[in-house]
Design a protein around this ligand. Structure first.
Ligand code: 13P
Length: 252
């Protein structure tokens, strides 16, 4: 199956934004999801996972978490197990986001453990990778994301348990985006690594682009080869913007 045939996934990462009142925004996303040739997902803060999952049940919008602990339970104050997200109605969890790697010093090995925990709980793991600005400027991009792929991905990745998100750290929340050629190069590199590691299944694992995706640049970014959807931060907080991005996949 060519990567272009994969069902795209447009995921909103709300980060540490959203109070109960934001359920109105979710309702608008649910209402706007019909007729899209893509899967939609919203990853709200943990406090809203259960209520959002209940509100979106039976709709075309899935709900995900933003992080999980590697263990299923135990003495880890403040942490949330993948099993708890699943129990709350989540279908997926983001792991290894650059903000977790920076704020909480998460290593590739920890990200890998979290991705394994997600699989154990029956959640899709959305594993994030991406280079820092200095690494891009130093010509290290492919070496960095190659190292992150090797270290962060568990064995046995399949399209049912794994999604990759390529998020250049310098493009997150800055309004800056890589050139189409740079996105194409990174995604082709990731695709090749997935196929080398997971065989034919590596050709079916979706690779999302993330970093300053907006309705205005979505078409250019999301029609690049091996870009199978988006991981959207700021623009996912408003239903109109999020749906404006997903509209790239509206059937004609
Ligand atoms: P922005 O879309 O706000 O740049 O954030 C991207 C991101 O980090 C999604 O996980």
């Amino acid at each position: 199956m060519a990567s272009a045939d994969l069902t795209p996934l447009v995921t909103g990462n709300w980060k540490m934004n959203g109070l109960a009142v934001a359920e109105g925004e979710l309702a608008k996303i649910v209402n706007g999801a019909a007729g899209l040739k893509a899967e939609l997902m919203v990853c709200p803060p943990a406090t809203l996972v259960a209520s959002f999952a209940a509100a979106a049940r039976g709709s075309a919008v899935a709900i995900g978490g933003q992080d999980c602990h590697a263990e299923p339970s135990g003495a880890h104050t403040g942490d949330i197990a993948a099993e708890m997200l699943k129990d709350a109605g989540a279908a997926a969890v983001i792991v290894g986001h650059s903000e977790r790697r920076t704020d909480h010093h998460e290593t590739d090995a920890q990200v890998r453990s979290k991705a394994m925990a997600a699989r154990r709980a029956g959640l899709l793991a959305i594993v994030c990778i991406g280079e820092q600005r200095a690494e891009r400027e130093g010509g290290q991009t492919l070496a960095v994301i190659g190292r992150q792929l090797d270290g962060s991905l568990p064995d046995g990745g399949t399209s049912a348990n794994l999604v990759l998100a390529y998020e250049p750290v310098w493009a997150i929340g800055t309004g800056l985006t890589p050139t189409a050629a740079d996105v194409a190069e990174a995604h082709a590199f990731i695709r090749k690594r997935l196929e080398t590691r997971f065989g034919a299944e590596g050709g079916r694992i979706r690779i999302l682009y993330g970093g300053s995706v907006k309705p205005t640049n979505a078409k250019e970014l999301l029609t690049i080869a091996n870009v199978n959807g988006a991981l959207v931060g700021g623009a996912s907080l408003k239903a109109a913007d999020f749906l404006g991005i997903a509209a790239v996949y509206r059937s004609a």
